[in-house]
Design a protein around this ligand. Structure first.
Ligand SMILES: [Fe+2]
Length: 306
């Protein structure tokens, strides 16, 4: 990777090919992206009441913070307004909703100085989403809800775009993870015992790139990109939205990022529904990418992050 495209005029097709080549796109705040962030912000502020969500950690024990934010996540994911705003955002950013499939948008919070570092506030180590069964054609969208600083951002580690590392992805089974991993996240307040595919060699954090953008701006990147959550030392919590898209024509044609080191079992493709009408991913497309024993994905699959 070598380029960050800011408000590129290229259409979605060219943009996707560049994303699969490791480039990163940044979209400035626009009405449709701001609308989704404002909706999330309102939901957060309603949940915290008179407490400032950015500084709530200084006013309550971590268990109380978790009790407030845990219900927020599913509430945001499943709200009909969220789904509507998400579709509008993706269309407004140039994607054809008949060809673009979406998963659910996640609301994440990263508190400062390790107040909450696991479970619902898990700070992600260096990883590729493709280690976790994301398809190589997956694109990640990331939006800050409030202003961020370098000390509360996310980082890309570009040297690893074309360099594989030893990692635990081959021991990761997406279907097993869904059946007994996520549903227990709220119980993991101080330690997280869920088995995650991690790098199994010393990782070089630098060189790294952090993109600081206003609330409602979007960072768009390939799921194969090595990235991490910057340990938040800004003194204020970070709240962000992320979601994923895949393009059906690209899946059928096999257009995607190169695979340098991802070998998980199963695929997250069943999590995606068509943008235009919520239709499921066609089964023959899922089968093309599902390397699990026959039937396993259907039997143990659970909808993501209920
Ligand atoms: Fe990630």
């Amino acid at each position: 990777m070598n380029t960050i495209y800011l408000d590129s005029g290229s259409g979605d097709e060219v943009r996707r090919q560049r994303l699969y080549a490791g480039q990163i796109f940044v979209i400035s705040p626009r009405p449709a992206t701001v609308a989704l962030c404002e909706f999330a912000k309102q939901m957060i502020e309603d949940a915290f009441g008179s407490v400032d969500p950015l500084e709530a950690q200084y006013q309550m024990p971590v268990e109380q913070y978790v009790a407030i934010v845990s219900p927020l996540k599913p509430k945001f994911i499943h709200h009909p307004e969220t789904k509507k705003l998400l579709r509008e955002l993706v269309a407004d950013c140039g994607c054809d909703l008949n060809e673009t499939y979406l998963d659910v948008p996640r609301l994440r919070m990263v508190t400062s100085h390790g107040y909450l570092t696991s479970g619902v506030g898990y700070a992600h180590h260096l990883h590729r989403d493709t280690w976790y069964s994301a398809p190589l054609a997956q694109l990640n969208w990331w939006l800050p809800i409030y202003g961020i600083e370098s000390e509360s951002s996310m980082a890309f580690h570009p040297a690893y775009w074309s360099k594989g590392v030893k990692n635990g992805s081959s021991e990761f089974n997406y279907y097993t993870w869904n059946s007994d991993g996520r549903k227990n996240a709220a119980q993991h307040i101080k330690t997280d015992t869920r088995k995650q595919p991690k790098a199994e060699e010393e990782m070089e954090v630098d060189p790294q790139i952090r993109i600081i953008l206003p609330p409602g701006g979007v960072i768009l990147f390939s799921a194969a990109q090595m990235h991490s959550t910057v340990p938040n030392t800004s003194g204020r919590a970070r709240y962000s939205i992320d979601f994923r898209t895949v393009n059906l024509a690209d899946l059928r044609a096999g257009r995607a990022a190169p695979n340098v080191d991802s070998h998980p079992v199963g695929t997250s493709l069943r999590d995606f529904v068509r943008g235009s009408d919520g239709a499921p991913m066609p089964d023959e497309v899922v089968q093309k990418y599902d390397n699990a024993p026959a039937g396993e994905g259907v039997l143990v699959y659970r909808p993501a992050e209920a």
